[in-house]
Design a protein around this ligand. Structure first.
Ligand code: GLU
Length: 427
């Protein structure tokens, strides 16, 4: 317990030498504001009663109501939810959206539940945390193993309890229930905009770049598609069971996804019409995928994948952190020493929460935007944030993660100081 949170804190503390920040501000930022733990009773379809544990953590609401996803995962614990809430605070600050950080999680393996049971669990979680969320308080969204349908059930449960339609309480809803166009691929698209800028700046040719993506969930799949459409060579893809790898770089994201949906597993196939043919490939482990000989590595699954143990074996020149917290503090130092570029999670995957912000705005105003407008606004926010981060990076000659923390800490500190500092009250 405590490892992930300590690690996240270290990444932030690393930036403190580059910002003028009072001890008060550090103390404020290192402590989650509120934590709730709930027990969710679920009557299973076989008649058994099972009690699931759920958490919601508000890390900090200095810049606005707290915001962050909910994951359904058997390994969830309080340390993880606290850490992810902590990351959300800095993520929202780095892209400059008016939210603080939060996160939620339920300790459950959703693959072991029937669809009805998942619906009841989702609704039960909302009944448990009802008083802890709200459009001006804390706004949940999807995360690992939760999706738009689950968000729709959750928003519906909230509305039933409050006897009011409050779509802005949850984002990532189906479009037909008040969701935003473009929320589905927003995390991937945000990462794609940042990567595209970096590739351009380094004068690299996408068609000559190989990419391996760990995790084929919402973010991993959409990113594979965007990169594939731009001519990048997708050489490796993985899910929780293992990876497929082909040196040729001819993995077709849509064929692989179609097959995964039909067969329930990742296979290197190329489909034309209704016929899917296997293409030549190797089956490797997730660990091997991370260490594979590629130009761009995209961890898009869970935290703590690149650690002290394997960091020196990572060959990719660019690491695009689409997952939250995939790289440990010790590993970061090794990657920096080897001059590998890490596009940090709090910047790389901020597209998801940015379009969640758009959804919240649209729900509150009743004015719904076109897909083109969403893309345009997302691109601007991502590129402004990337510009702010690279400016600090170049000025201070530091790595991109530290620079991203500097940008976000500056924004947070000015809000903390606006309420009065120790010096102010002592004079
Ligand atoms: N779960 C996503 C994240 O980690 C999205 C959060 C949101 O949209 O509020 O950034």
């Amino acid at each position: 317990m405590g490892k992930f949170f300590d690690n996240s804190k270290k990444l932030f503390e690393n930036a403190l030498q580059y910002v003028t920040v009072s001890e008060d501000a550090v103390k404020t930022l290192e402590h989650p504001k509120q934590i709730i733990q709930v027990s969710i009773p679920l009557r299973k379809l076989n008649g058994d009663l099972e009690i699931f544990t759920g958490y919601r953590v508000h890390h900090n609401d200095l810049l606005g109501p707290t915001k962050g996803g909910i994951r359904f995962l058997s390994t969830v614990d309080l340390d993880e939810v606290k850490s992810l809430a902590f990351l959300m605070t800095f993520k929202c600050a780095v892209v400059g959206i008016p939210f603080g950080g939060a996160k939620g999680g339920v300790v459950v393996n959703p693959k072991k539940l029937k669809r009805h049971e998942i619906e009841h669990l989702s609704r039960g979680y909302i009944r448990g945390i009802y008083d802890f969320i709200g459009p001006d308080v804390d706004i949940p969204a999807p995360d690992v193993y939760t999706n738009e349908m689950i968000m729709g059930w959750m928003a519906d449960e909230y509305n039933k309890i409050s006897r009011k339609l409050t779509p802005a309480v949850i984002t990532g809803k189906p479009v037909s229930l008040g969701g935003s166009l473009g929320r589905d691929d927003a995390t991937a698209r945000g990462a794609y905009y940042v990567l595209r800028s970096l590739v351009k700046k380094k004068k690299l040719d996408p068609k000559k770049l190989t990419v391996a993506i760990q995790g084929y969930g919402n973010a991993g799949y959409h990113l594979a598609k965007l990169l594939h459409d731009d001519g990048y060579k997708i050489v490796g893809l993985s899910d929780s069971k293992g990876a497929i790898f082909t040196k040729k770089g001819n993995l077709d994201p849509d064929s692989v996804m179609r097959r995964k949906r039909e067969a329930g597993k990742l296979e290197a196939v190329y489909c034309k019409g209704t016929v899917c043919d296997i293409i030549k490939h190797d089956r490797i482990t997730n660990e091997q995928l991370l260490e594979s000989d590629v130009d761009i590595l995209v961890p898009a699954a869970l935290e703590n994948q690149i650690t002290k143990k394997n960091a020196a074996k990572i060959k990719a020149k660019i690491i695009l952190e689409v997952a939250n917290g995939p790289t440990s503090h010790d590993a970061d130092a090794i990657l920096a020493k080897n001059k590998q570029i890490v596009i940090p999670d709090i910047l790389a995957n901020a597209g998801g929460v940015t379009v969640s912000y758009f959804e919240w705005l649209q729900n509150r105003s009743g004015d719904y935007w076109s897909l083109g407008a969403v893309h345009e606004k997302l691109e601007k926010i991502m590129l402004d944030a990337y510009g702010a981060v690279t400016k600090v990076q170049e000025e201070l000659k530091i790595d991109m993660r530290t620079a991203a923390y500097v940008v976000s800490v500056r924004r947070l500190v000015s809000a903390i100081n606006a309420k009065g500092t120790a010096e102010y009250f002592k004079t």
